[in-house]
Design a protein around this ligand. Structure first.
Ligand code: SAM
Length: 280
């Protein structure tokens, strides 16, 4: 029996089911159930929510989410070896865990979830960043999720919450902070995982805002920010030349000095510039 439920400890589960971690699937497992319950608590009050979990693996975070009272968890796992273990957890929490064996980048689990929906995941970092960008750029806002609680490499977490003037400030910060409140909720050393990864990790918590902080057309903002940060060492009048031939005038109209560089520009000014660029 474990500290948080009546199921066996995770080390025992992994040994019984021979779930040796696979590098190709980015498997670094969390085996301390007190820690996974703590991560689950960062997602807020789950009792009235469905939770989408991506990459449950042997189920450490899944058990944390369920023991913290999630109304229902829908867990999407690519590794078929983990499905039997996850089904054992489903049996211990009748009607509250649905396990889907599939690739989170390819399947759409929304039909299995009832709003309000929160997302929680400890994913391989490449898949995590790709999903984060998808979740932050839906065709309509507000998105399907109320909050995202996601484990990232510390360096990626810092890029998500970065402020102007820092090296980490870029497209990811603007994407995340334009329509969500983003903060680092927890830091984890490599030793928290089995096997330990090379770098530290952090849990980022993002809450969807009802509407964007500042008005802007999403595609135009994205185009302006991409061009500005693609050549982040250049002055904006040079890096944004491809965006509009009269970009200097538009920068000035948006209250930005054409000689400034992308990493000095706050979100509000990027939004003002996107509005100026949309003008005929
Ligand atoms: N959540 C577990 C934990 O905290 O111990 C496992 C975390 S491990 C870092 C990442 C998990 O994501 C693995 O179980 C892996 O098999 C799964 N995974 C990797 N790529 C995936 C994908 N594209 N779709 C769904 N699951 C994936």
């Amino acid at each position: 029996m474990s500290a948080i439920d009546n199921l066996p400890p995770l080390r025992e589960v992994i040994a019984t089911h021979q779930l040796s971690a696979r590098k190709s699937l980015g498997q670094n497992f969390l085996l301390d159930l007190n820690l996974t319950a703590k991560i689950a608590r960062q997602a807020g009050d789950l009792t009235q929510c469905d939770v989408l979990e991506i990459g449950p693996g042997p189920g450490g975070l899944t058990r944390g989410l369920l023991s913290e009272g999630a109304r229902k968890v829908v867990a999407v796992e690519k590794d078929t070896r983990c499905i039997a273990v996850l089904n054992d957890i489903a049996a211990a929490y009748p009607g509250r865990l649905e396990v889907i064996n599939g690739d989170a980048l390819e399947i759409d689990p929304l039909a299995h979830l009832t709003p309000p929906i929160r997302v929680a995941a400890n994913l391989p970092y490449n898949v995590g960043t790709e999903l984060l960008v998808r979740w932050l750029t839906p065709p309509d806002w507000p998105p399907f999720w109320q909050s995202l609680t996601l484990m990232f490499q510390r360096e990626v977490a810092e890029r998500i919450v970065a402020q102007p003037g820092s090296k980490a400030y870029g497209r990811l910060a603007i994407l995340a902070q334009w329509r969500a409140e983003a903060r680092i909720a927890m830091s984890l050393p490599p030793g928290a995982f089995t096997p330990p990864p090379k770098v530290s990790s952090a849990v980022v918590h993002l809450t969807a805002l009802p509407e964007p902080r500042f008005p802007a057309d999403p595609a135009t903002l994205s185009r302006v920010v991409a061009a500005a940060f693609n050549q982040r060492r250049k002055m904006l009048r040079a890096s944004l030349k491809t965006v509009a031939p009269d970009i200097e005038d538009r920068l000035i109209a948006a209250g930005i000095k054409p000689t400034d560089r992308a990493e000095q520009i706050p979100l509000e000014c990027f939004c003002a510039l996107a509005r100026e660029v949309r003008k005929p």
